[in-house]
Design a protein around this ligand. Structure first.
Ligand code: CU
Length: 393
């Protein structure tokens, strides 16, 4: 019996499972037939990554691709399937993958049409990283082949790095851009140095799309929230927020930096990432602003904003959410239900931000005539960051 126990222990310790790090797996596919709706309502084609998890892998790709999330200490496996007619790879930018798993074509290998490859690497550092295709990089990245990698510290989500303060919410933004002429004609985009970014995105959305409520940064006074910022565009993106928020830079490119308090903006060059911890120390109804610059001449070429609200979220959120617009879509009139006991202003703007009409909403239902052409409009309540989309047919 004693002998059996020793034998058992011997095999137990020999088994690789005992000492191995946990394995976290993802299944990704690449396709070159993605279609994304721009904030002006037009569709444009892109190339991208999408989920490919068995047994129901799906057939869609997204810009950006799915977020890959691991824990420090994990062994990562990304099962890649190329469902397209051209070569692609996955390069894990900022992660210490070995040569075979680095996704750089001439030093590693390319994955051909309808072939698969398992990328493997160790998650040695917590932080925010990027993956992207590295085949003809200027074109394939411009076409949309990228996504975020987030690695939590070994203690799991809730801190950006071991021994840094706990956050209650986190928000990740990947900045990128299109040259829409390339997306419309990717077969002959012209010399790569002629890339001219003319459409600017955060998490694949732009302009009014960033005000549909999905991307809002919402926190409470007394709580902390993490901002994970990354740039995979060819220009510089400067992220800024009201300087009354106490923000602390924690990580740069997935490595801890000396404590830097009271940061009110960070500028990200292509491929860079910054992880920050923001302290909701004051009531704020404002925006996170992303400003895009052309690296060749530092000209300002684009901006995006995302609502950023800190405060008595329960009250402001519920009040704004109570505003109901119907019917929607509509033709020449719409109703707005004002749930408050007070009259409140509304402003109607088009997607270029131009105000078309405004007025007062009495408590209760308000019927509003509108003689606007068919299209997508935004109804803004009380000049807040609260925008409601209205479709007129
Ligand atoms: Cu590619």
């Amino acid at each position: 019996m004693k002998y059996l126990s020793v034998l058992f222990l011997y095999f137990f310790f020999q088994s690789s499972a005992f000492f191995a790090q946990p394995i976290t797996e993802y299944w990704l596919q690449a396709r070159m037939n993605g279609v994304v709706t721009l904030d002006n309502g037009n569709d444009v084609q892109f190339w991208g990554f999408g989920d490919n998890t068995p047994p129901n892998p799906g057939n869609k790709v997204f810009v950006p691709g799915p977020v890959l999330r691991f824990t420090q200490g994990d062994s990562a496996i990304v099962h890649f399937q190329n469902n397209s007619p051209e070569m692609h790879t996955i390069h894990f930018h900022g992660l210490d993958a070995n040569q075979a798993n680095d996704g750089v074509p001439h030093t590693s290998l390319e994955i051909g049409p309808n072939l698969t490859y398992d990328y493997k690497f160790k998650c040695t550092h917590a932080g925010t990283f990027i993956y992207h295709c590295h085949v003809l990089t200027p074109l394939h990245v411009a076409m949309g082949m990228y996504g975020l990698v987030i690695i939590d510290p070994s203690t799991g989500p809730g801190t950006l790095h071991t021994n840094t303060p706990v956050y209650q919410q986190e928000y990740a933004f990947l900045s990128s851009e299109f040259d829409l002429d390339w997306n419309n004609n990717p077969i002959s985009p012209g010399p790569f140095n002629l890339f001219e970014a003319n459409y600017f995105m955060l998490n694949g959305k732009s302009g009014a799309q960033l005000h549909d409520g999905d991307q809002d940064i919402v926190s409470n006074v007394g709580e902390k929230f993490a901002l994970r910022l990354a740039n995979i565009g060819y220009g510089k993106t400067t992220f800024s927020w009201p300087n009354s928020i106490d923000a602390q830079l924690i990580l740069s490119d997935g490595r801890p930096v000396p404590t830097m308090p009271n940061v009110s903006e960070v500028s990200l060059y292509p491929g860079e990432r910054y992880d920050l911890l923001l302290n909701g120390n004051i009531v704020i109804d404002s925006f996170l602003t992303a400003t895009y610059y052309d690296l060749r001449n530092m000209n300002l070429i684009g901006t995006n904003t995302v609502p950023l609200k800190i405060g008595d979220v329960a009250i402001t959120e519920n009040a704004h959410k109570g505003f109901r617009i119907w019917p929607n879509p509509t033709a020449d009139f719409f109703n707005v239900v004002n749930p408050l006991a007070l009259p409140i202003e509304y402003h109607m703007i088009n997607l270029e931000g131009k105000e078309l009409q405004h007025g007062i909403l009495a408590p209760g239902n308000n019927k509003i005539d509108c003689a606007l052409g068919s299209g997508i409009y935004l109804v803004n309540i009380d000049q807040s960051s609260d925008f409601h989309k209205l479709i007129i047919r």
